[in-house]
Design a protein around this ligand. Structure first.
Ligand SMILES: OC[C@H]1NNC[C@@H](O)[C@@H]1O
Ligand SMILES: [Ca+2]
Length: 449
């Protein structure tokens, strides 16, 4: 392939998540989620923003799918809100809830767009949180029941299933730093959460396999980042290895090697009571997946800091330009992570299930949204991706984060990741320059100027 080219059949997509775009939180029988509770808790999100309305996608999905078709997307990654299917997290399913997703699947089918369905993108039913949430092992089995029900109901319509989105973020930001729902500061709960998320993934894969030959494929999505030492000093290199051990290896090793990374078990075991990792659990967790989803945004640069309790490290700013999130633009990191996965972890197909950037987009007087920085970010990452594939790493698709501006968790609506600008007061979707550019990339199946 020429520089910047992609293989025939490469799956061009865009990604969203239920709580970030749907709104209609009290409609269609939907139950409360931990993000409803968290966002409505004073002080937790910027300006007290909530997902109550978001992009009103629950009502506007037909128009949104029309735009996806006009963009030329081959696939669309979205998440199902568990509280729409099981308002109490368990027991009786809610027919109106699944009916919404069936309508969405109908629109995608008519548009010739393949659905890629994430079963869990952070919106745990509050009723399960009230019974202990992810730190509680039983929640893993409730997730497996939910997943099995979805496979039964929609299994013949969904070619790609993703069990979890970013278990690291759910575990650490939700249960250790408290930046995300449910807002805990409890490292032991964080590690039990990580284990139960992985266990629930394994139980769902088992249910998927037992459900007989299904047309679809199943995988999991991890947020992965290369971690570089701030200097070549042994202390900084050790700090980088510890951070790599938590962000990357704490999840990759169980999934693909059947055990938690020994150095990190040793490190954290001294500080925190770690959950029991039985052989049965690890066997379930490390079942083969049909693909691995990778969410890539940036690298981490860290130095040793003896005073920091958890990892004795301090993250520092890399030298490159930063996005609106303060994340360094570092395209080489995408290649580094994908090559490492293929060489050291799995020969399974890979998908970039999220990649993108937030910038302070505004609508200019001519009604356009000029976002040259986002185009540059996407172009550089896609050039890197093209090189990685040309080098033999089986990356089969790319999902841009995000299709549209949306609720960026604790940052509320202040961070815009979309290639579609959302004018929230009117809910108008305005194509940013990057949307026109991405349409040309898809048409050419190659990076364009
Ligand atoms: O921060 C940008 C994205 N990162 N991955 C998970 C998504 O829900 C976020 O919006
Ligand atoms: Ca409400």
């Amino acid at each position: 392939m020429a520089e910047g080219g992609f293989p025939p059949g490469f799956l061009w997509g865009a990604a969203t998540a239920a709580y970030q775009i749907e709104g209609a939180v009290d409609e269609g029988g939907r139950g409360e989620s931990i993000w409803d509770r968290f966002s409505h808790t004073p002080g937790k999100t910027r300006d007290g923003d909530t997902g109550d309305v978001a992009c009103d996608h629950y009502h506007r999905y037909r128009d949104d799918v029309r735009i996806m078709r006009e963009l030329g997307l081959a696939a669309y990654r979205f998440s199902v809100a568990w509280p729409r299917i099981f308002p109490e997290g368990r027991g009786r399913p809610n027919p109106d809830g699944v009916a919404f997703y069936e309508r969405l699947l109908d629109e995608l089918e008519k548009a010739g767009i393949q659905p890629v369905v994430t079963l869990y993108h952070w919106d745990l039913p509050q009723a399960l949180q009230d019974r202990g949430g992810w730190p509680h092992r039983d929640t893993a089995y409730r997730f497996a029941d939910y997943a099995a029900w979805m496979f039964e109901r929609l299994g013949d319509r969904v070619p790609y299933w993703i069990t979890h989105n970013e278990p690291f973020v759910v575990s650490i930001l939700g249960h250790v730093t408290g930046e995300h729902a449910p807002g805990l500061n409890d490292p032991a709960a964080g590690f039990r959460t990580a284990h139960h998320l992985l266990l629930s993934h394994g139980l769902a894969v088992q249910a998927f396999r037992e459900g007989g030959r299904r047309k679809g494929r199943i995988g999991i999505t991890l947020n992965l980042s290369p971690v570089h030492p701030a200097s070549g000093s042994p202390e900084d290199e050790a700090a980088a290895r510890r951070v790599d051990g938590l962000i990357n290896r704490w999840f990759l090793d169980p999934l693909f090697r059947g055990a938690y990374p020994e150095d990190m078990v040793e490190h954290f075991g001294r500080l925190i009571p770690l959950p029991e990792a039985s052989e049965d659990d690890m066997r379930l967790i490390s079942q083969d997946v049909d693909f691995l989803g990778v969410n890539y945004y940036s690298r981490q640069v860290v130095r040793h800091d003896p005073g920091e309790l958890f990892l004795q490290m301090r993250q520092i700013d890399g030298p490159g330009p930063k996005t609106e999130m303060g994340w360094e633009v570092y395209p080489a990191g995408l290649g580094e992570i994908l090559r490492r996965l293929h060489e050291a972890y799995t020969k399974a197909p890979l998908f970039v299930t999220e990649n993108g950037a937030a910038y302070p987009d505004t609508v200019s007087p001519d009604g356009a949204v000029h976002d040259p920085d986002r185009i540059a970010y996407l172009r550089d990452h896609l050039l890197e991706l093209s090189r990685v594939i040309a080098g033999g790493v089986p990356v089969q698709g790319y999902f841009l984060w995000s299709l549209m501006d949306n609720f960026e968790w604790a940052h509320g609506y202040s961070k815009r990741f979309g290639i579609l600008y959302v004018d929230y007061p009117t809910q108008r979707r305005i194509w940013k320059d990057s949307a026109y550019w991405y349409r040309r990339v898809i048409e050419a199946n190659a990076v364009v100027e």
